[in-house]
Structures are given as structure tokens and as C-alpha cells.
Design a protein around this ligand. Structure first.
Ligand code: AMP
Length: 483
């Protein structure tokens, strides 16, 4: 099927051609004709499938007829993170280049005054994170009655991040006379329930089940023997050494390095930088300007390793990432697929390597069950490999912290009023026992392109922002157990 057969107008066909696309992806081929017909959509599709164009292209087509009034957007796209919202806005620029539609990006960390000014001029497409959108609405800068198309993107991530109550509030503000498109990489029962509440007779579209990692990604698992490590700190050091060895033995062009916990992002980044690696970090508590700046540097190739948390890196569409490293085994098996899906995109080959401790056995098994195959074990010189513990065994004394803590959903930057202690807890002190610094020669080699080191370039961790999920603001209800 060609783009021309999907019912898109000439302007869009030109824009698609300019973008270099020859054929629609499966999600585009399935969704676009139904969206153009005005049907609601329930789409089960991951990022990387061309899902963004599957809703932006028909939206542009539909919205081309008509004009926006001041403060009354005609369509709304909700995204869980600022980065995803910014990425969708970029997509609009690409696909809408031959149309006269206007758009606005409402995300935290950016000037409200500028955003208010754009809204006042009238926008056809509003792309927003839930917190900033509600904030603008409550301040009276937005009227939502004119929204005719609503997109809820990455619904499962909204759920993980505790944004569903906000999404429900937003939907309640919209006219019932609207078309709703809901996309989610997975379909847990909570998302099904939302779909039942928000969508009318939706066309269901499922592309590549979420349990299928891209076939172009080769995977490996290094199980590290932690027998010599008797306390959490030394276990962390063993893991960092294992990560460095993995990076060194691979031909890494550029890589994302995932940590389960935000506070480990800083520790791992600093440790890599101290060892002469060219590493920056990205996590949800960084100021928006620092996040954009770091992403820009990574995309341009000015920095080759980006240590990140799941939320910050979720759905980022960065072309040509050669490697993904998991510093921690993700505790939710689906996260493994999302993480490794950052590489091997658009048919390119990629490599995904995971550092596991023996106690990560149950998490590894859950992942292997989900992807339907064993992850090949790898060894690296200088690191003793161990065995996964797959049965309930008495845990070593002091190993409690080695077990990855069940991932606390990372908040949108500043999603909770930042308690001072909260902010401080993310500013991780330098490692108590400094590891040896790499020789100048190896440092140079590791610094990669541009020979820059990221030492001393850490962005400020602010822990404050625009978003407070509604459920955190509600008064707790007292439950009378006797009733
Ligand atoms: P998404 O799933 O929306 O994050 O898109 C993933 C990547 O696929 C983006 O870089 C898009 O530019 C690209 N893409 C989207 N549609 C097509 C297409 N029909 N052909 C080739 N690449 C595409």
C-alpha cells in the first residue's frame, strides 16, 4: 500500500516524500484511513513503529479545513514527558511544512508567558504534558470546548507515572463531540478500562506485540559474580567495573545506559567520566534546559554515552544508537523491551547488553519469558562471571541493596513539590572510595569524538517543576474499617 492510497492530500504526500518515506509503516497503513473517516482508535503500538506519523498525518489532513480561535485549540495531544511532547512537535513541523496549521507546545520548564502568547494567537494543534496543560487551564489561558481531536499517547507510561487522574480531569473538560485516539505500547487492564471510558466504538489496531524486541538488536547478558562484594557500595562498584569492561570490549559509537533509579544515574555518569569515558546524564529531575541541552549534545554526537532513567529516555527517537547498556536489570520486563528498542531502529543493527547480579535471576527469567528466548550470556576479561539465582535462597548478609528496588515510577520533573531532602537525595556524593583514574592514553581513547570529557559538566538537579499529579493533591480518605 502506498501513502497515496491512504487518502492523504497532496500537501501531505509531498511532506512525506520530503521526509524520505516511501511506504507507510503497518501502523500508518492501518490507522490513517480510519482516522480520516473520523473513527476513534485504540492503538497498541510501540515507539519506533511510525506511530507518531500515524496520528499526526491524518490530523493535519482533518484540521486543514478550519481555523483556530484565540485560546481555543482545535486538537490536543497528551504526552507523558516533555521530551516526547517536543518530539511530536518536531514531527508536526516535518509533516505540516506545506500546511498553514499552527501548533503550540505546553511543557513544564519553559516560559509560561511565551506559551500564553502563542495560545492567545490561536492554535490548531496543542501538544502538552498533563500538568502544564491543567495549570494553563486553571489560570484561564485555555478554553477546551473546541478540541475536536484528542490523542492520548503512551497511555501505559501515563499510568506508570501516575498521570491518569490528570488525564481523566482533562478529558472531562472536553466536548463529547470529539474523535479520540489512544495509543499504548502495552494494554494492561487499567488502560482497557480507560479506553472503554474515553473511546466510542474504536477501531483496534495492534502492531508488533510489545513482547517482541526488534530482530535487528543482538542481546547479551553479563552475570557478575559478587562473592567478593559484601556490602551494597562494593556491589555497586563491581557493577560499574563490569559496565566499563562491557563498553570497552564493544565497538561503541554511541549508547544509552539505563539505570533503574534516578540517583544511580548521577553516580554511574560521574564514575564513567572519572574513568575517562565521554558520558552525560539525563533524568527526570533535571531542569528542562539541562535536559534539552544534553539531548542536543547526544544527538549531535558531542557526547557518546548517555546515562539515563527509563522515564527520561522513554520513546526518544534518536537515530543510529549503536548500543544500549542496562546497568540494572529492569524490574518490569516490558521496560527491557522499551530500553533495547532505542537501538536497532529503522532496520539498523544494534546491540543491547545487560549487567546482572546473581540476585537478579527472577527479573531475568521474567524478561526471557516475555521475549520468548534466553538472552545469550557474555563474558568480559577481568570480570568474574557468576550464576543467576533462580530459586528462593537465603540472601547474603548485606546484599539487601543489591536487589534492584522495585522501580518507583519516576516523576515528571518536579511532579511533586520538592522537599529539600528529596532534592538533596538526588545529588549523589562522589563515590566514597575513588576508583583508579584511567591512564591519559586510555582516557583520550575513551573520550571519543571531539576528545571532550564531561567531567564537571553535571547539570543542576532541581527537583522542581510544573507538574503535581492530581492524586497527590487529594486529601487522603479515612477508611472506617468497621464499616
Ligand atoms: P515513531 O514510532 O513515531 O517514534 O517513529 C520512529 C521513526 O520512524 C521516526 O524517526 C520516523 O521519522 C520514522 N518513520 C515514520 N514513518 C516512516 C515511514 N513511513 N517510513 C520510514 N520511516 C518512518
Amino acid at each position: 500500500m502506498s501513502f497515496a492510497e491512504l487518502g492523504l492530500g497532496e500537501q501531505l504526500l509531498r511532506a512525506v516524500g520530503d521526509a524520505g518515506y516511501t511506504d507507510p509503516t503497518p501502523v500508518q497503513a492501518q490507522a490513517i484511513p480510519y482516522i480520516l473517516m473520523g473513527r476513534d482508535i485504540l492503538g497498541c503500538a510501540q515507539t519506533g513503529t511510525g506511530k507518531t506519523a500515524s496520528f499526526t498525518l491524518p490530523m493535519i489532513e482533518i484540521l486543514s479545513a478550519g481555523h483556530a480561535k484565540a485560546r481555543m485549540p482545535r486538537s490536543l495531544i497528551l504526552e507523558p514527558t516533555r521530551e516526547l511532547a517536543a518530539q511530536v512537535a518536531e514531527n508536526f513541523d516535518t509533516y505540516g511544512r506545506h500546511s498553514a496549521l499552527t501548533k503550540a507546545l505546553l511543557i513544564g520548564g519553559e516560559s509560561m508567558t511565551d506559551q500564553m502568547r502563542v495560545l492567545a494567537r490561536g492554535v490548531d494543534v496543542l501538544i502538552a504534558t498533563p500538568g502544564r496543560l491543567l495549570d494553563m487551564f486553571e489560570r484561564g489561558h485555555l478554553v477546551m470546548n473546541d478540541v475536536r481531536i484528542l490523542v492520548i499517547d503512551e497511555a501505559d507510561r501515563m499510568l506508570d507515572m501516575g498521570f491518569i487522574p490528570d488525564v481523566e480531569r482533562i478529558v472531562a473538560l472536553l466536548s463529547r463531540m470529539r474523535q479520540t485516539l489512544l495509543f499504548s505500547a502495552t494494554m494492561p487492564p487499567e488502560i482497557r478500562r480507560l479506553a472503554d471510558a474515553f473511546l466510542m466504538n474504536p477501531k483496534e489496531i495492534i502492531v508488533s506485540p510489545p513482547s517482541t524486541p526488534a530482530e535487528t538488536v543482538s542481546q547479551g547478558l553479563l552475570v557478575v559474580d559478587d562473592a567478593s562484594a559484601t556490602e551494597p557500595r562494593s556491589i555497586h562498584r563491581v557493577k560499574r567495573a563490569a559496565l566499563r569492561s562491557l563498553i570497552e570490549q564493544e565497538c561503541v559509537e554511541n549508547a544509552l545506559i539505563f539505570c533503574n533509579r534516578k540517583r544511580d544515574v548521577g553516580t554511574v555518569q560521574r564514575s564513567l567520566a572519572r574513568h575517562g569515558f565521554d558520558a552525560a546524564m539525563l533524568h527526570g529531575d533535571m531542569a528542562q534546559s539541562a535536559r534539552s541541552e544534553v539531548l542536543g549534545r547526544f544527538k549531535r554526537g558531542d557526547v557518546s554515552l548517555l546515562v539515563c532513567s527509563d522515564v527520561a529516555a522513554r520513546g526518544l527517537d534518536i537515530a543510529g544508537i549503536s548500543h544500549v547498556f542496562n546497568f540494572d536489570v529492569p524490574t518490569a520486563a516490558e521496560d527491557y523491551i522499551h530500553r533495547i528498542g532505542r537501538t536497532g531502529r529503522a532496520g539498523r543493527v544494534g546491540r543491547a547488553l545487560t549487567v546482572a547480579m546473581p540476585e537478579d535471576g527472577p527479573y531475568v527469567i521474567a524478561i526471557e519469558n516475555l521475549i520468548g528466548k534466553a538472552i545469550p550470556r557474555v563474558d568480559v576479561p577481568g570480570i568474574d562471571s557468576g550464576e543467576l539465582i533462580t530459586t528462593k535462597r537465603r540472601r547474603r548478609k548485606g546484599a539487601a541493596a543489591a536487589k534492584p528496588a522495585a522501580r518507583k515510577p519516576e516523576r515528571q520533573p518536579g511532579s511533586v513539590p520538592a522537599a529539600a531532602s528529596d532534592v538533596r537525595s538526588d545529588v549523589v556524593p562522589a563515590d566514597p572510595q575513588p576508583e583508579p583514574v584511567a591512564s591519559t592514553r586510555t582516557s583520550q581513547r575513551r573520550r571519543g569524538r571531539g576528545g571532550r570529557s564531561t567531567r564537571g559538566e553535571e547539570a543542576p538537579v532541581v527537583g522542581m517543576g510544573d507538574h503535581v499529579p492530581a492524586f497527590l493533591l487529594r486529601e487522603p480518605k479515612l477508611i472506617d474499617k468497621g464499616s
